[in-house]
Design a protein around this ligand. Structure first.
Ligand SMILES: CCCCCCCCCCCCC[C@@H](O)CC(=O)SCCNC(=O)CCNC(=O)[C@H](O)C(C)(C)COP(=O)(O)OP(=O)(O)OC[C@H]1O[C@@H](n2cnc3c(N)ncnc32)[C@H](O)[C@@H]1OP(=O)(O)O
Length: 356
């Protein structure tokens, strides 16, 4: 059977060529582009009835070799991507239009209309990406707001409870701080692990190391020194450690909450970036006192000691680790003090520049 040539209709956009081949119920299609020439072959029902149809088109400019096609009951639609984003004066290399080829007026656009369509498409894509960025930002801020609110409520409860008990019971309140406060403190400090996760996943723009030092340093004191040693739990040092921790947090978390809703209270900002100056060294000193007080207890109870080879019958007391930790604490203090100084001057420097 000799192959016939089907009617082919075409239209273009800046990036693509659309071909519509007038063959219904097409089968055994073979469509490909080689060296800028499209070869079409297939069986179906065309202008001259059921037959084998074929045609060849040599394009005006280079096209990509991959071709997309879709066969429907009425026609075969072919999409070819142009190599370069450009408007072509005609479809084929030869100046004279092949007889079987005609414009597809259903899809036809002239250059300026196609540009307009392209611009509208780009605007739509931009709008969608801006909207999705806004949605993500809102979700992120809502999450951070809730996190900061929970921490603020937790630390406010701790601070108010300790202050009220201090006023009512005086120095007696020092001795049972742990039993009244520990559960809420455990909750807040476990949750504070998010403060390491948040910068690590890019939720807040700040360093992971200072947050890690802060959270791990506190959790070490809370869970290991106070949590594992009952003898430490009724010492007055617990009061000072918890009070110093909560004093900064009742300013820091509302400051973050306001940042999440793009609001700033100058006094709160000043307090967040200033009161750590006396509180941080005092906090480290209080924590160091707790570690030093725990050393004889760990020695006596042999709790958390590391057994040495059986033959020696000895074990390495946890107090050695605590002595190393004491050094690390002051290293941690130095790193975080420097970090907080930088944060403070960055904050007040940019503020000043903005107001000038
Ligand atoms: C067993 C292994 C242990 C290993 C460690 C060994 C060493 C241990 C040493 C431990 C010493 C610790 C002592 C300490 O426990 C004592 C005390 O805490 S005493 C009480 C006083 N303490 C303080 O004042 C410190 C309080 N803590 C902090 O300030 C932070 O935790 C710190 C990580 C130190 C600093 O915070 P950050 O880097 O985040 O700075 P900024 O607050 O300026 O925030 C930067 C930007 O991020 C935005 N941000 C941050 N967090 C949030 C949030 N939760 N929600 C919303 N936004 C957030 C913030 O708004 C800033 O954005 P922008 O710059 O755009 O304003």
């Amino acid at each position: 059977m000799q192959a016939l040539t089907p009617h082919v209709y075409w239209a273009q956009r800046h990036g693509e060529i659309y071909l519509r081949v007038e063959i219904s119920d097409a089968q055994n299609l073979s469509i490909g582009v080689e060296e800028n020439t499209l070869q079409f072959r297939g069986q179906g029902h065309g202008a001259k009835g059921e037959n084998e149809y074929e045609f060849t088109l040599e394009f005006l400019k280079p096209v990509k070799p991959e071709v997309k096609h879709k066969s429907t009951q009425r026609q075969v639609n072919i999409t070819v991507k142009k190599q370069e984003h450009a408007w072509w004066d005609r479809l084929t290399n030869q100046a004279k239009k092949p007889l079987f080829l005609a414009p597809d007026f259903d899809r036809w656009l002239d250059e300026s209309d196609a540009e307009m369509e392209l611009r509208k498409k780009e605007e739509r894509i931009n709008k969608i990406s801006v909207e999705s960025r806004i949605r993500k930002d809102r979700l992120k801020k809502s999450f951070l707001f809730m996190y900061n609110l929970v921490q603020f409520l937790g630390f406010s409860w701790i601070f108010v409870n300790m202050t009220v008990r201090l006023f009512i019971l005086g120095q007696d309140s020092f001795y049972d701080t742990f039993h009244t406060i520990a559960d809420v403190m455990y909750f807040c400090q476990m949750l504070a692990i998010m403060e390491v996760v948040n910068p690590a996943v890019g939720l807040v723009k700040t360093g992971v190391t200072p947050a890690f030092i802060q959270v791990m340093g506190r959790n070490f004191i809370l869970f290991v020194i106070f949590g594992s040693l009952e003898d430490m739990q009724n010492k007055p040092v617990v009061f000072f450690v918890f009070y110093l921790w909560s004093t900064i947090e009742i300013f820091r978390y509302p400051f973050y909450m306001l940042a999440c809703i793009d609001t700033e209270w100058k006094l709160l900002t000043w307090l967040r970036y200033t009161i750590w100056m006396p509180l941080y060294p005092l906090g480290v000193i209080a924590e160091a006192v707790a570690v030093i007080q725990s050393i004889p207890i760990f020695d006596e109870t042999k709790l958390l000691s590391i057994p040495l080879p059986k033959a020696t019958g000895l074990s390495l007391s946890f107090s050695y680790i605590l002595q190393v930790y004491l050094v690390l604490m002051f290293l941690g203090l130095f790193i975080n003090f420097r970090h907080l100084f930088k944060q403070r001057s960055r904050r007040f420097r940019t503020k000043k520049r903005k107001t000038n």
